[in-house]
Write a protein that binds this ligand. Structure first.
Ligand code: AMP
Ligand code: MG
Length: 417
């Protein structure tokens, strides 16, 4: 089960950039080797376990791209229009008899090209003369409006790679190859705990000084979107021994343990001590805001990630630490996040050397260009700031200020998870 080497302290260092952290994780986590076979209809979101070479060309046979009339290439009208007697009618799914020289055949989109024909005239471009002959205009290039066999994908081409996280278009390709089942990596098993005496689970009584645990449900939803099998392990209290017990119990049965809260350096932050008593741990002071410390550890060979408790910090660090870890465990090809440039509609100052994520909504400026509008408040505990915005503006380490009108990189929530 050892997905993360025990020399976890090699992760250490006083302050780590986001890129360094992600690089270290992905270098040290090794992929789960267990496979399973799923039906094509259940393959969306799963990670493909083997390369797939095209078992047939796509399209499988040369066919017409339009509704129209097929002719032999040698007979294409060059200078002036020319009329052709009609010979044959080929529908999609039909069989094509060879075309007679000097004739044209009626053909429909997706129908196989008749032997002898190389070009199709769109029906909009032809007319029928008084004698019922088809009049074809000059100037069409040989091969026009024809889809040759294999023009999309030639037979034998590696069309899908092992490690591909399957999206609907990949499922479509597998279906086009006639496959009914795919070998995928088994789901990554993740144990999720919240920590904190101040938390109550929704559905349970809440004392006056408690709030309902929201992070656990957010994190479980994010993990499921990454294709994980999630064990909901509830809330651990702020007490070293019970935290240690809880963590020790699940290690070995999971590929990853995820906790939220209790990783700051306050007296009531017990996750660090608990992990150290049953495994090894290092606190990463990641140069990211919102974020603060993230804990990385190993218990009985199972990696542990401890996220901060503030909901927005938890969300942002999930994206940057947990997401790449889960992808690496699943042997997924890297899926780097690419911020899309757009215009800032806000001013902002930040510290150099730290990466910051500003919650922002999208709107159209007066000139129609997309602009990012900053959420008016900054607290890392404000769930409304995640709910009422569209994504995160990424401000790199070297940036110290943003002026309205400046170009900034935007990551949509839809792309993050
Ligand atoms: P901590 O990281 O444990 O110091 O918590 C930081 C802040 O986040 C505190 O205000 C906590 O009450 C809050 N918090 C911690 N865990 C959760 C959670 N699971 N759901 C919502 N808020 C939380
Ligand atoms: Mg706490």
């Amino acid at each position: 089960m050892a997905q993360l080497s025990d020399d976890c302290f090699a992760f250490g260092g006083p302050m780590m950039s986001v890129d360094e952290a992600v690089g270290l994780i992905t270098a040290r986590v090794s992929a789960i080797a267990d496979l399973e076979t799923v039906a094509l209809v259940d393959a969306d979101g799963r990670v493909l376990a083997r390369d797939i070479a095209a078992p047939l060309p796509l399209p499988p046979f040369t066919n017409s791209a339009v509704d129209g009339y097929a002719v032999g290439d040698a007979e294409l009208p060059r200078e002036a229009e020319q009329s052709f007697p009609l010979d044959g009618r080929i529908q999609a799914g039909g069989l094509a008899a060879p075309i007679k020289p000097g004739h044209t055949a009626r053909i429909f989109t997706g129908a196989p090209m008749p032997p002898g024909a190389g070009t199709v005239f769109m029906q909009e471009d032809v007319r029928i003369d008084g004698a019922g002959k088809i009049v074809l205009p000059p100037g069409l290039k040989p091969g026009a409006n024809v889809r040759p066999a294999g023009e999309d994908i030639p037979v034998g081409h590696i069309a899908l790679r092992a490690g591909q996280r399957l999206r609907p278009q990949h499922v479509a390709l597998a279906a086009a190859f006639g496959l009914v089942r795919l070998d995928v990596v088994r789901r990554i098993r993740v144990a999720v705990f919240s920590t904190g005496d101040e938390l109550a689970s929704p559905g349970e009584p809440r004392a006056a000084s408690q709030l309902f645990d929201s992070n656990r449900f957010m994190l479980m939803a994010m993990l499921r979107r990454l294709g994980c099998e999630v064990s909901d392990l509830g809330i651990l209290r702020d007490e070293r021994a019970s935290l240690a017990d809880g963590l020790k119990r699940v290690a070995g049965h999971h590929d990853l343990i995820l906790t939220t809260g209790g990783v700051s350096t306050g007296e009531e932050d017990h996750v660090k001590a608990a992990v150290e008593s049953v495994g090894s741990l290092v606190l990463w002071r990641m140069a990211i805001k919102p974020g603060r410390p993230v804990a990385m550890g190993v218990i009985d060979g199972t990696p542990l990630i401890g996220l901060p408790g503030n909901p927005v910090a938890s969300f942002v660090t999930f994206v940057h630490v947990v997401r790449p870890t889960v992808l690496a465990l699943a042997g997924s090809l890297p899926e780097p996040l690419t911020p899309i440039p757009l215009r800032a509609a806000f001013a902002y100052k930040k510290k150099e050397g730290r990466r910051e994520y500003v919650r922002a909504s999208l709107r159209r400026g007066d000139d129609g260009a997309l602009e990012a509008v900053k959420f008016p408040r900054e607290g890392a505990g404000l769930l409304s700031s995640l709910v009422e915005t569209d994504g995160l503006v990424e401000l790199g380490e070297s940036i110290t200020r943003v002026e309205p009108g400046q170009s900034v990189g935007f990551l949509s929530y839809a792309d993050l998870i």
